[in-house]
Ligand binder design. Sequence first.
Ligand code: HEC
Length: 202
Amino acid sequence: MNDRRDEDRLLEHEYDGIREYDNPLPRWWLIILWVSVAWGVLYCINIIPGLGSGAGRIGNYERDMAAAREKFGDPQAAAQANTVDDATVLAAASDPLTLKAGQQVFVTYCASCHREDAGGNIGPNLTDDYWIHGAKPSLIHGTIANGVLDKGMPAWSAVLKPEQVLEAAAYVTTLHDTHPKDPKEPQGVKVEESEESNEKHE
Ligand code: HEC
């Protein structure tokens, strides 16, 4: 420490015996400060098209979002595509090729939780009369597409193509009363066969 230099920078005043140094901020620190301030001003101005780079921040955002929609599809349209009526699922279930594809999807993606014979394990038994989220084909499709995230059922529309979700739903509708061995205990509400097509259950 060079005592003389420190003394040189001592300010004149003294309060209760406390004296202050007047050390200037280092130049590098001030440069960073003023460059950041200038950058902040430019960043704020850049919402106005033409004043900053390109179309401005908002313009650039809109452009990037449009490009992403083009590339990955419109999420709103995808959400609408998630909703399928009973007739669509039943029609899919009447086509053997679709069911075969659905079985493939089921074995690959669903069997780990529902078992290959759908008797239930982590996920519920899908062959019995009891349903937590409804037995109607459209509701089954909705549960598969949107999942029950807080209960551990993934939203498959985020993973599978819409056709695959439909195939899986169609396949699940054919599993009723297949009586697998050692099924999981019933979960949810009992749904009579006749109710399946016209009643909604929680
Ligand atoms: C990581 C485990 C897991 C996987 C994988 C999984 N599920 Fe589930 N599934 C669950 C759980 C847990 C529930 C019960 C949700 C609840 O308690 O509300 C469930 C519920 C369901 C239901 C509703 C049952 C009812 O009683 O309403 C259907 C239908 C279903 N799953 C179909 C599928 C299909 C089809 C697949 C494959 C595409 C699949 N699941 C993959 C865990 C899983």
